[in-house]
Design a protein around this ligand. Structure first.
Ligand code: CUA
Length: 162
């Protein structure tokens, strides 16, 4: 039997307990609360992203909310200093919406209240997350990465209609 100093042993026990607590927290948040990690799904050229014909973010803003199937939508949101396009999105209640967000200039954020949608938006990358809306109402989204003097004016709304 190796001799372990009691203080060292307590330290080992304490850190093991902490690791178990943190590990449990990660597992509970991923399975019980639907924790999602946004991964960059696609790379593109931020200089061309808003050019018509070059990408879905170059399409007219009213065509960026696409109905793929009944109650299944895809929204292409372009972040730029200092707004989101589209700024107002309307879907019927019960919809599943996939948010495809990219930036044409600097780093922005996209956080949608009342959901697990929370992503960093980087120029040249597409951030993608999906949420389902079973309750009608207005869900606000904001930019939560400081992006300059107009940062606080960067927001919009998703309106889930009954
Ligand atoms: Cu965009 Cu802060």
């Amino acid at each position: 039997m190796i001799h372990v100093d009691p203080r060292e042993r307590n330290f080992i026990i304490g850190t093991t307990i902490l690791l178990l607590i943190f590990g449990t927290a990660v597992l509970v948040s991923s399975f019980a609360f639907g924790f999602q990690v946004p991964a960059p799904v696609e790379r593109l050229d931020p200089k061309l992203v808003a050019t018509p014909g070059q990408s879905p973010w170059g399409d007219p803003v009213e065509e960026r909310v696409r109905e793929l199937a009944p109650n299944k939508y895809e929204v292409y949101i372009l972040a730029q200093a200092w707004n989101f396009q589209p700024r107002e999105i309307r879907v019927p209640v019960g919809s599943t919406v996939t948010f495809m967000v990219t930036s044409k200039d600097v780093q922005h954020g996209f956080r949608l209240d009342g959901t697990n949608v929370n992503m960093m938006v980087l120029p040249g990358e597409v951030a993608k997350l999906t949420a389902t809306f079973d309750e009608a109402g207005t869900y606000n989204f904001v930019c939560h990465e400081y992006c300059g003097v107009g940062h606080h004016t960067m927001y919009g709304q998703l309106i889930v209609e009954p």
